[in-house]
Design a protein around this ligand. Sequence first.
Ligand code: NDP
Length: 283
Amino acid sequence: MAHLIDGKTLAAEYKAKAAAAAAALREKGVAPRLAVIIVGENPASKTYVAGKARDCAECGILSDVLALPETTGEAELLSRIAALNADAAVHGVLVQLPLPAHIDESRVIRAIAPEKDVDGFTPVNVGRMVLGEPCFLPCTPAGCIEMLRSTGQPLEGKDAVVVGRSNIVGKPMALLLTARNATVTLCHSRTENLREKCAAADILVAAVGKAGFITADMVKPGAVVIDVGINRGADGKLCGDVDFAAASEKAAYITPVPGGVGLMTRAMLMQNTVRAARLQSGL
Ligand code: NDP
């Protein structure tokens, strides 16, 4: 039976560290502050934004939520971002995705000042990550790396398979694993022999967005399984991409959903925000 990588406990530790760092900054006269922009009424996005505001409050980080109507034009959104970029009291700027279809997401992301890009989505931060330079790492893959680290299992020399190649999860996850000397196979919807590739992985990261996609026969005995997916199962309950019950019988370590990667993603955002405040204040 696999050991559970408990996102709740781990995220609490990382949030406590962020809270301590935020308190130290406040003592030096810097109040870390995160601005979150949400456009429209997407219920999942609203839940995520509310969660981020709660985390900020818990960590002693000021937060502003700018809720704009669905009809907001791109120019208006860009000018709001420019104002936040120019506001020295704001250290992190985050635009909740997805945006309504009439807005060009990549243009909006590019408008965020790289030093305030606490999501790590701007081309400047992505480029720095590729080059292995200091940057803001995207929160979800950064959280996955910390979860892997918590197992104490080495990454070096291990075969890692990442299923899903999105810009915010799969691709950066593959890069971060490579930087830690794992040998990475990045899989996607056109991958051939996916089952075999997964079944040979020492580390398996699922970021597909399909409930129960990773079945037990795709899990190598003793593997570490990180489930990024957030889905609703047939029973309406929240679940990941991995058939958790069956995969737990074969894996050595596994993350649950809920209570896994999602919580660590949020904790990483708190860490990035405090770091942004520290860097911008020159402390
Ligand atoms: P995307 O939809 O952007 O990407 C999904 C990826 O899965 C694509 O690369 C796609 O391949 C691949 N894929 C789809 N079908 C298959 C298949 N049959 N075989 C192999 N690969 C397949 O999703 P995201 O990366 O944004 O998110 C993935 C999941 O993670 C979602 O459930 C999302 O909700 C969740 N998520 C969770 C977060 C957290 O904090 N826990 C944060 C962000 C996301 P192709 O590129 O070829 O289309």
